[in-house]
Design a protein around this ligand. Structure first.
Ligand SMILES: Cc1cc2nc3c(=O)[nH]c(=O)nc-3n(C[C@H](O)[C@H](O)[C@H](O)COP(=O)(O)OP(=O)(O)OC[C@H]3O[C@@H](n4cnc5c(N)ncnc54)[C@H](O)[C@@H]3O)c2cc1C
Length: 298
């Protein structure tokens, strides 16, 4: 049987943005609910080193500490998957499989999920030698033998960026995309090796030694950077007709992270901003302060 409960604000996602908002709202003595299905991108980050005052912190630790801190200010954090959000009158309703929760404000902080290439033996190296985010982990590749995986014009540009910032020892592996001749010449001039082929298996046990390709050849490498982006966890918002950017992917928000629908805020990489934990947390704080102002007006 479905139950229904009402709150001042519902937050979808116990992410850095969602939890920071919950901490602020909890400290305004607001009734706040965080619904989270677990296992987000932050949770997968093994070593976060660019968060102020935290020389090294795992994403799991960040989330677990954040949940405890939010709960210490009476925010309710529950496990569940929001399947749909609807809006009627001034209220948002967030439905999970067994309950519906209502509130005049909702924060979407549900992040995304990695688009990973199908490569055998990837799991053990995800976040240690196999990376997906330059801002997060590019620094780790400094002076290392790097394999860059992708299949787009942007991957070629990323190769030049990695070359300028981190390492001269780069192999660029593209499966189907063939760069224009001018790009190929510039890659050769920079000493970046270009290989066309399909990856099959990461070779190595404790550390990455090479990438085996489907044609049987091997590319020796110590680290792999994958440039296939991530998909947004926004299915539950589909019915709301929110404005998105030209790519049709990211939600457009104002400087308080409010979407085109009044009362619905979007923080973290679902909006058009940067994909970083500390940025998402800052956005969560801004959204929560604005929501509290609005609750005072109500
Ligand atoms: C391997 C890796 C390393 C990274 N390293 C760094 C780093 O070093 N520094 C840095 O700043 N950033 C790093 N990031 C990026 C960082 O994790 C995110 O940019 C940032 O934390 C923002 O989190 P998020 O909004 O993506 O949410 P997430 O951390 O993905 O959390 C979203 C939460 O919402 C939940 N959720 C999704 N949909 C629903 C739903 N329908 N109902 C209920 N719950 C739902 C998910 O279960 C998840 O718990 C890394 C990311 C990865 C993948």
């Amino acid at each position: 049987m479905k139950t229904e409960q009402s709150y001042d604000c519902i937050i979808v996602g116990a992410s850095p943005g969602g939890l920071q908002a919950a901490i602020y709202l909890g400290r305004y003595n607001r009734k706040v609910l965080v619904i989270d299905r677990g296992g987000g991108r932050t949770f997968l980050a093994r070593h976060i080193e660019n968060f102020l005052t935290q020389p090294s912190l795992s994403g799991k630790e960040l989330i677990e500490r954040g949940i405890a801190q939010a709960r210490s200010f009476n925010a309710e954090v529950i496990r569940g998957s929001v399947v749909q959000v609807t809006h009627a009158g001034r209220l948002f309703s967030a439905a999970t499989a067994n309950a519906t929760y209502t509130a005049p404000f909702l924060i979407a902080a549900s992040g995304g999920r990695e688009n990973l290439p199908q490569i055998e033996n990837l799991g053990p190296f995800f976040g240690s030698g196999f990376f997906t985010c330059v801002d997060c982990d590019g620094y780790r590749t400094t002076g290392r033998k790097l394999l860059l995986l992708g299949d787009a014009d942007s991957t070629v540009r990323l190769a030049f960026a990695m070359h300028q910032m981190y390492t001269k020892d780069i192999t660029l592996l593209l499966s189907t995309y063939v760069p224009p001749e001018a790009y190929q010449e510039a890659l050769a001039d920079a000493g970046i090796r270009l290989v066309q082929g399909r990856p099959r298996r990461i070779v190595g046990t404790d550390r990455i030694e090479a990438l085996a390709l489907e044609d049987g050849s091997m590319i020796p490498c110590e680290m792999i950077l994958s440039d296939f982006g991530f998909a947004h966890n926004d299915e539950y918002l589909q019915g709301l007709d929110l404005k998105r950017d030209a790519s049709g992917r990211s939600f457009i928000v104002n400087h308080q992270y409010e979407s085109s629908l009044r009362g619905l805020f979007v923080v973290g990489p679902l909006n058009t901003g940067q994909d970083q934990a500390i940025i998402a947390a800052g956005e969560g704080a801004v959204a929560a302060i604005e929501i509290n102002h609005r609750l005072l007006e109500l």
